[in-house]
Design a protein. Structure first.
Length: 128
């Protein structure tokens, strides 16, 4: 349904360090910088991008917005979360772990990136 997601940053160098660690922790490559200075990451055919706002105003996080990353295991979620905290992110919500949702058993972890964007690592636990 979506081709990509983009968040704003006030410090692209800091964001590259943060997101490179986040994505390499789950087996992806470090981000590429395009000719406009935007960072891009690709995983599973989807794109995630980071940019300075084109209107010249400061980047802010969206209140109520969450960007979810579909990951492959609880262990991968833990690695993703730990890498994010180590790279300057903030652990938020409950600690990483299992949750029962209306769509079944999930394993979730939540972070805020250095610019305050809310991120979620999500693994859908197979039914047994």
């Amino acid at each position: 349904m979506f081709s990509h997601t983009m968040v704003g940053s006030n410090d692209l160098e800091r964001s590259k360090k943060f997101y490179d660690q986040l994505f390499t922790a789950i087996g992806s490559k470090p981000g590429r910088v395009d000719d406009k200075g935007r960072l891009s990451y690709v995983r599973g055919g989807a794109g995630f991008m980071v940019t300075s706002p084109i209107d010249g105003q400061p980047a802010t996080h969206g209140n109520g917005a969450t960007i979810g990353f579909a990951l492959d295991s609880a262990e991968q979620i833990d690695a993703w979360h730990n890498a994010g905290v180590a790279a300057g992110g903030t652990s938020i919500e409950d600690p990483p772990g299992p949750r029962q949702g209306s769509f079944g058993q999930l394993y979730l972890a939540y972070l805020r990136d250095p610019d305050g964007n809310k991120l979620c690592g999500l693994y859908r636990v197979p039914k047994t």
